[in-house]
Design a protein around this ligand. Structure first.
Ligand SMILES: *[C@@H]1O[C@H](CO)[C@@H](O)[C@H](O)[C@H]1NC(C)=O
Length: 512
């Protein structure tokens, strides 16, 4: 029984195949059809083809349209039931045929109750020859294959989209032309904005357009919230921080802080654009900023030692950036005081001219001076444990007082200065790079481990004696100690540090 069945199926398959091949080559000669397109006007409303004639009547938006065209053989896919010859119930009544001027007939306006013979579009008389039968059987199979192939393509496309390598298309070019003249560079755009606008950066729709025309190149880092990529925009490099969709709040917060009016400063990472794009499957959250090829101060110090001049430039520029961040500027074009709360060498970038740009403002808080409040409810202990100030570690920090957060930043700045100064090459001596407290706590210290060292034992990174022999190193050592007081209020301010280092740079005859 079973055996018999198999043979029958095999035989059928063979026959179908033969018929299919025959069907494909059945009509080889040129075929003339009636034609309604504009190009056919010259040839007397007719066209010649190696494929089929097609007539179609559609009823779309209350309008009846009649089309007669030629279809070339290579467009008759899938064989047996070409897409070009399909009807759509109620919308489109299509008929393909294979004799001269066979598409001269007038098709009825499609209705929901079509005669089945007409919809399928086989033989002009609506009879079912062997070829049509084959088509009926093979058609759905081929359709299935095509759908499968399309599914595979779609999947691959999504895969590629996921690795963000695709060029994101511009979606709303409505009024961008005002700002997006082809020859404008990002610097021009941002300059335009900061001179005419609010000083908080590009308008949102321009940000979106910029973000969606960036071509991502390579991943350059992974952080707490997602990945950082190098991207290209109009021939220049930009950095793109891509947040995972779980981190929407972090993305929003960081974008919000960067767009604080008057935040732009040469020693704060230049913000370019924020964009959230929902593609149906997931939300892409982008933060676009200036790109600095040296990377973070942490990377820089690991790779290079610095001269006395280099050290002062790094330290002074970091202090300038932090002073600008902390400073409150009054007036309508003013800026609120901002505390960073996660200052460390990995969150400071080194620019081409070997000065610093403070980055990663995602945990920052702003001071509302009119009400003397902080713009978000600051949670207890955020940031990097290794860089936490003693009052943060033992939770004695007064979080209602905005200045407390600035003092905690200064403590962290002192640790960064220690990292820089160790790498200073004076008289042929310099030390290897180390993280602060590298000799006192394990690699990923807990708050408890840090608290024991910093609060209970009151230990601080070691300031070697030989630094006393060089004026610049001596000044740096003194600043550090005054950044590390247990009492936050006793520490230096960023502005004070900036002034001290400016004087030092004049003394050392350094051009900054
Ligand atoms: C189709 O073309 C033939 C030959 O040119 C012509 O006689 C006939 O009227 C045309 N039919 C229509 C509907 O235009």
């Amino acid at each position: 029984m079973q055996c018999n069945g198999n043979i029958t199926i095999m035989a059928k398959k063979q026959m179908l195949l033969t018929l299919l091949v025959l069907g494909l080559f059945r009509r080889y000669d040129a075929l003339w059809c009636n034609c309604t397109t504009a190009q056919c006007q010259k040839t007397g409303s007719q066209c010649e083809t190696d494929g089929a004639c097609m007539a179609s009547t559609s009823f779309i938006d209350g309008q009846e349209q009649h089309i007669r065209i030629c279809i070339t053989r290579d467009k008759l896919v899938p064989p047996g039931q070409p897409f070009y010859c399909l009807s759509a119930e109620g919308l489109l009544n299509t008929h393909c045929c294979y004799t001269n001027y066979c598409n001269s007939l007038d098709l009825k306006v499609p209705s929901v109750t079509l005669r089945p013979g007409l919809g399928g579009g086989f033989g002009p008389d609506g009879t079912w020859g062997p070829v049509e039968l084959v088509a009926v059987v093979a058609g759905p199979v081929c359709l299935l294959c095509v759908l499968l192939i399309m599914a595979v393509f779609l999947f691959q496309y999504h895969q590629r989209a996921y690795s963000h390598r695709q060029r994101l298309e511009v979606e709303d070019p409505s009024c961008d032309h005002l700002y997006m003249a082809k020859d404008k560079t990002l610097q021009d755009l941002i300059y335009d904005m900061s001179t005419s606008g609010s000083g908080s950066g590009l308008p949102l729709f321009v940000q979106r357009t910029v973000a969606r025309t960036i071509v991502l190149q390579e991943i350059i880092g992974k952080g707490r919230f997602g990945e950082v990529w190098r991207g290209r925009w109009r021939g220049g490099d930009v950095a793109v921080k891509i947040f995972s969709s779980r981190e929407e709040r972090s993305w929003f917060r960081e974008a919000e802080i960067y767009q604080t009016v008057m935040l732009r400063h040469e020693n704060i990472l230049g913000f370019i654009a924020a964009d959230n794009k929902d593609n149906g499957t997931w939300t892409q959250l982008w933060l676009v900023s200036d790109y600095h090829e040296y990377g973070s101060l942490f990377d820089y110090l690991n790779r290079y030692s610095v001269t006395i001049e280099g050290m002062i430039k790094l330290a002074l520029s970091a202090a300038s950036g932090l002073a600008h961040l902390h400073m409150e500027i009054l007036g309508t074009q003013g800026k609120p005081g901002i505390a960073h709360r996660d200052l460390k060498s990995k969150n400071i970038l080194v620019k081409k001219n070997s000065t610093c740009a403070i980055a990663d403002l995602g945990l920052a808080v702003r001071h509302e001076s009119t009400t003397d409040t902080i713009d978000i409810a600051p949670n207890q202990r955020v940031g990097t444990k290794r860089y936490m100030a003693p009052e943060v570690l033992d939770e004695s920090i007064n979080m209602r007082h905005f200045d407390s957060f600035k003092c905690a930043d200064i403590y962290a700045l002192g640790l960064v200065y220690w990292e820089i100064t160790r790498r200073c090459n004076a008289g042929g001596i310099h030390e290897e790079y180390q993280l602060p407290y590298y000799d006192l706590v394990p690699s990923d210290p807990s708050i408890e481990e840090m608290r024991k060292v910093v609060c209970d034992q009151k230990l601080r990174p070691n300031v070697p004696n030989w630094w006393q022999s060089y004026e610049a190193l001596r000044v740096m050592g003194k600043i550090m100690r005054e950044c590390w007081y247990a009492n936050g209020a006793a520490r230096l301010t960023a502005l004070r540090i900036k002034k001290t280092l400016s004087q030092l740079s004049v003394q050392e005859d350094i051009k900054v």
